[in-house]
Design a protein around this ligand. Structure first.
Ligand SMILES: Nc1ncnc2c1ncn2[C@@H]1O[C@H](COP(=O)(O)OP(=O)(O)OP(=O)(O)O)[C@@H](O)[C@H]1O
Ligand SMILES: [Mg+2]
Length: 585
């Protein structure tokens, strides 16, 4: 379907409003022609027959005419704008829904600012276009047509002069419109860059302050706004140019008409009343043609924006349900990696990993930073699909399980704590929307968050600010743990889940986690080795390969990488000192 056709498709549900608006706009448009036509009998009656009644009827007629016109204009504007907004609301919602289905790769490729610009400003440009299609094509179009009929009816010879001019105006309008379309697309991209910087600055304001980046960021912002200006300036230039160009061309027509028409009146070919009616129509026709031209530019820009919006709506989700997706209720939690390899782009980050975790086991992943631990666990909830090999839950390839069912099996506490600008209770509930208040509280208790929550001004109802900025790092982590716990999934992934806690609260949270881990399969990533001593299996990951695996004791006896890491953290003694806070980072 063409872009234009797709926009129309979105307008379809609101056809009632569009029809009312169209009828109203046709009425307004046709009235212009009627008005120009009436000039002739009016002048003839008034001046030729000296009929007095016309002076009492005329003001009343004018009032009625304009009252009807005003009412129609209102209906026209109101209904088309609301229809446009409603259609745009649907487009915006579809755009957002489509973004929700897209994989992590898509968001890594497109900056937040660029995506925000599509959802907000591109869509707004489209709205402008939709409102203009009906208002302009119907109101101005009919106004122009009705006036042209009068023009022809009054004198075809004079009309021909007008007709030499109109194609010229249409041609130049089209040329300018094309330029505007491409420039508007580019300027929308630039405004996306501006948005990106804004987003980065506001969410990373602490780093900006700490490193004194104020001036540098201001410079970057300045460069982006300047860049935007260079494009928008050109668009403005073409926009501003289009009206004067049309006016100049039309003035040629008007001059020609006055010259030829004047001599026709003198030679008696045309009455002066007819000539005035013609001139009225000619002067009036100029405005709708100018505004048709203007609307043409707006529509061009809005099609440019629509192309960019539909691009995202059409983006195929990289990860989606298989054709015959298996539906599962709750897996026992046996997880198997069968010769799994994975590359983000080109280079392998995970190399031929084989591992199996049985229901209830705790699997710890350790190893140097950048070794691939987070990447490995991100394959479990299918944030990315394996490049090679397969991951199985209870013997079923996860690619064959429906996404909704799959996601229910896995709870994650990520290395980066992410909370929403909502109440504490709701943030925990993001793990399970059906949870009762009591369940929220017991999850918070298990995550050792209950006490600090009660100390907050509104307790569980406290709003925690953008991404939880009003909380300490450890408090944020405990909320994330509570959120994962309340999900009560058979597979739990803890990626540095307790790294921001002090040793004492970490031990307490660890105890709580230990209790909870009993019934689920848990993957724990930790740099602080004291947290993983009791794991059933410890896997040492280096450069995407499992270089060692076994229990703490077995690995120490191996005297490989793990025992080296241990002696770095715990000193030379084999018995770890739980107070040690050293990290292998
Ligand atoms: N989105 C991404 N796109 C491309 N490469 C990535 C991406 N995320 C991570 N990598 C690369 O993959 C490798 C493994 O990263 P990963 O985050 O899995 O390491 P990690 O073991 O969790 O490290 P850490 O202990 O520091 O958290 C790194 O070399 C990293 O540069
Ligand atoms: Mg990591």
């Amino acid at each position: 379907m063409s872009t234009f056709g797709r926009i129309l498709h979105y307008c379809k549900p609101y056809w009632g409003r569009i029809v009312i608006s169209t009828i109203a706009s046709i009425t307004v448009g046709s009235m212009d022609g009627a008005f120009a036509y009436l000039v002739e009998p009016l002048l003839k009656k008034t001046f030729a027959t000296n009929d007095k009644t016309i002076f009492t009827l005329l003001p009343i007629g004018v009032l009625i005419l304009f009252a009807v016109r005003a009412a129609c204009r209102f209906l026209n504007d109101y209904f088309i704008r609301t229809a446009g907004e409603l259609a745009i609301q649907d487009i915006r919602n579809d755009l957002y829904r489509s973004c929700m289905t897209l994989g992590l790769r898509f968001f890594q490729k497109n900056s937040t600012g660029a995506l925000m610009s599509r959802v907000m400003s591109d869509v707004a440009v489209m709205q402008n276009g939709i409102a203009n299609v009906v208002t302009s094509i119907c109101r101005d179009g009919f106004s122009a047509i009705s006036l042209l009929i009068v023009i022809f009816y009054r004198s075809w010879q004079l009309a021909l002069i007008t007709f030499i001019v109109i194609p010229l105006t249409v041609f130049s309008a089209q040329k300018i419109g094309k330029r505007i379309k491409s420039l508007s697309g580019k300027s929308q991209e630039m405004i996306g860059d501006v948005g990106s910087i804004l987003q980065e600055t506001f969410s990373g304001i602490k780093v900006v302050k700490a490193f004194g980046l104020g001036e540098r960021m201001t410079g970057r912002f300045h460069a982006a706004t300047t860049h935007y200006y260079t494009f928008i300036r050109k668009a403005i230039k073409y926009n501003s140019l289009s009206a004067p160009v049309i006016e100049m061309i039309t003035s040629l027509g008007i001059a020609g008409v006055i010259w030829v028409g004047g001599s026709m009146v003198m030679s008696g070919q045309l009455t002066s009343a007819e000539f005035f009616s013609f001139l009225t129509a000619m002067v009036l026709v100029y405005k709708p043609i100018k505004s048709l031209n203007n609307s043409y530019n707006i529509i061009q820009a809005s099609i440019g924006a629509a192309v960019r919006v539909f691009e995202v709506i059409d983006e195929k989700p990289e990860i989606c349900d298989a054709e015959k997706a298996v539906s599962i209720d709750r897996v026992a939690g046996n997880v198997e990696f069968r010769d799994v390899s994975f590359a983000y782009e080109g280079e392998m980050v995970i190399n031929h990993v084989n591992l199996s975790a049985r229901h209830g086991e705790i699997i710890a992943l350790v190893g140097p930073s950048g070794g691939g631990k987070s990447t490995l666990v991100s394959l479990i909830p299918r944030f990315y699909d394996v490049t090679d090999g397969a991951i199985l839950f209870d013997g079923v390839d996860i690619r064959t399980i429906g996404m909704k069912d799959l996601i229910r099996q896995v709870a994650l506490v990520d290395q980066e704590t992410m909370l929403f600008n909502d109440t504490i209770a709701n943030n925990i509930r993001y793990g399970n929307f059906t949870a009762t208040d009591a369940e929220v509280e017991s999850a918070a208790q298990a995550a050792f968050a209950h006490d600090f929550i009660l100390e907050m001004p509104d307790g569980y109802a406290t709003i925690i600010g953008d991404r939880g900025t009003r909380l300490s790092g450890g408090q944020r982590q405990r909320l994330c743990i509570a959120r994962a716990l309340i999900k009560n999934a058979p597979i739990l992934i803890l990626d540095e889940a307790t790294s921001a806690l002090d040793t004492e609260s970490e031990q307490m949270v660890q105890q709580a986690l230990n209790n909870l881990m009993t019934n689920r399969t848990t993957f724990v990533i930790a740099h602080r080795l004291s947290t993983i001593l009791h794991a059933d299996k410890i896997l040492v990951l280096e450069n995407g390969r499992i270089v060692e695996s076994g229990s703490h004791k077995e690995l120490l006896e191996n005297s490989g990488l793990y025992s080296r890491l241990c002696s770095l953290q715990f000193g030379d003694s084999d018995s770890p000192n739980s107070d040690s806070n050293a990290s292998i980072n």
